[in-house]
Design a protein around this ligand. Structure first.
Ligand SMILES: [Zn+2]
Ligand SMILES: [Zn+2]
Length: 139
């Protein structure tokens, strides 16, 4: 079955469209995600080949580490993407999707780095760091 989803930043300067099933949403509580978003990240993932991004001139990438970069809108500041430099996949922030997103939550990672002002009590699997069991894209 064909499945397409779309989304954008807050101001609409950056828009995207995905093709095919998306991975379950992974919540990342690492310190970089916390600092960039002000809370934690909820993201799905897609193959590079299965996403079209419009508004590349507004999309800005911040290389937060040696291995990955973080994409956000230069105009409104919306956090949109996370991308490993050597993989052909892209993480997409779940909240940036238009509804219905078709997404459902899957797990929590880097819970060892989580903020100290909230509890994780949704019953989903929790991992101290990342885990190889998380697929990088929808299959
Ligand atoms: Zn924007
Ligand atoms: Zn993170």
């Amino acid at each position: 079955m064909d499945e397409n989803h779309s989304g954008s930043c807050l101001c609409g300067a950056v828009r995207f469209r995905t093709r095919g099933p998306l991975r379950g949403v992974v919540y990342c509580h690492c310190s970089q995600c916390r600092k960039q978003t002000g809370h934690f990240v909820a993201a799905t993932s897609s193959k590079d080949a299965d996403i079209d991004i419009e508004g590349a001139d507004a999309l800005t990438w911040y290389g937060a580490s040696e291995v990955a970069k973080r994409g956000f809108c230069r105009s409104c500041g919306s956090v949109l993407f996370w991308k490993h430099n050597e993989l052909d996949t892209i993480s997409i922030m779940a909240g940036s999707f238009d509804r219905p997103s078709g997404l459902s939550a899957e797990s929590h990672i880097f819970v060892g780095d989580k903020g100290d002002y909230y509890a994780i009590d949704d019953g989903l699997p929790q991992f101290e760091k990342s885990t190889p069991s998380i697929k990088v894209a929808g299959e």
